[in-house]
Ligand binder design. Structure first.
Ligand SMILES: C[S@@+](CC[C@H](N)C(=O)[O-])C[C@H]1O[C@@H](n2cnc3c(N)ncnc32)[C@H](O)[C@@H]1O
Length: 298
């Protein structure tokens, strides 16, 4: 994989170049070729052997830091169309899905490939990512993004509507980023191994409600609804304070574990109890009674 692991730049490395104005570029170090930007140009040959963290001078004496890109940088620089999953959510999604070296992970839709790329970097050489997209143009863009990072052998791209189901079975985790994730829960359950993780991101609470209702009635356990708020700060030592603007909303994250139908039957009693408790809660709310401890474990 061309993401650098050494301390000095080599041909074929993917590097992050950052000017003092913070404008940044991700490029592959190519023999005999030239990098050009608003700060001038330099030959890639002159980068080879330089230690990461140093600066390279352009033909007009301007400088750029030579760095190794993080997943955050890579996702920010992807060619994209439409909504992508933001880095703040990507990291948490990967953590909640339990993605690690060797994991087999499935996702839909591919979109611009922000999650695909993140997963491909995390599953390592022994894992694999299967991604489904129904629009050819979107798939091509994502495929180019993944190819540019040298990760194509870690990803299988499927061009099809997931209504027709998934080809893979026993995947460790499955994530849906599309408008109506609840419509594909049967297909999802058929693809995930027992105990594996399901996740989805949706922008509205109306969609969360629909998804939760459908998960609640199916072979799923440990349901959770989460939202991440990230506040960034000005880094000027004399006046450290929050930035004036922040991303107010990206999406709600819903997770669940896939369980066997038999064990689900055992849980029906609990589920009915939870429903009854919810009804009681509604009644009690009118009386001002605190019912927090009656939550079900689904
Ligand atoms: C919001 S984008 C996904 C963005 C992607 N997660 C990323 O981070 O770059 C949603 C994608 O799902 C695709 N899609 C929607 N419904 C689909 C379906 N039933 N089967 C396959 N792909 C679908 C859309 O074409 C679109 O490209």
């Amino acid at each position: 994989m061309p993401l650098p692991t050494g301390t000095t730049v080599q041909y074929g490395d993917i590097v992050l170049l950052v000017g003092k104005d913070r404008r940044s570029f991700i490029r592959t170090v190519s023999e005999g070729r030239r990098f050009e930007c608003h700060l001038g140009f330099f030959e890639y040959d002159n980068l080879v052997g330089m230690a990461f963290g140093q600066q390279i001078k352009t033909n007009i004496g301007r400088q750029l830091f030579v760095l190794t890109p993080n997943i955050d940088d890579i996702v920010t620089h992807l060619e994209r169309e439409g909504q992508i999953i933001f880095p703040k959510d990507l990291g948490y999604i990967a953590l909640k899905l339990g993605v690690r070296s060797g994991s087999r992970v499935l996702e839909a839709g591919t979109g611009s490939g922000a999650l695909t790329t993140t997963l491909a970097l995390l599953v390592g050489e022994t894992g694999h990512v299967y991604t489904y997209e129904m629009r050819q143009k979107m798939q091509e863009r994502a495929l180019n993004n993944v190819r540019r990072l040298g990760l194509l052998d870690r990803v299988t791209f499927h061009l099809r509507d997931i209504e027709r189901g998934f080809e893979e079975t026993d995947v460790d985790a499955l994530f849906l980023d599309l408008r109506e994730p609840w419509a594909y829960l049967e297909q999802a359950r058929a693809a995930i191994r027992g105990g594996g993780m399901f996740g989805a991101i949706v922008p509205t609470m109306n969609q969360v409600l629909e998804l939760i209702e459908n998960l609640y009635d199916g072979p799923w356990f440990f349901l959770s609804i989460e939202e991440l708020l990230l506040r960034t700060y000005k880094t000027i030592p004399a006046r450290i304070r929050p930035d004036d603007q922040m991303v107010g909303h990206t999406g709600y994250l819903v997770f669940a574990r896939a369980v066997e139908r038999d064990s689900l039957d055992d849980m029906n009693v609990k589920r009915e109890a939870a429903r009854a408790a919810a009804e009681d809660e509604t009644a009690d709310e009118g009386n001002g009674v605190d019912t927090d401890d009656r939550d079900s474990n689904r």
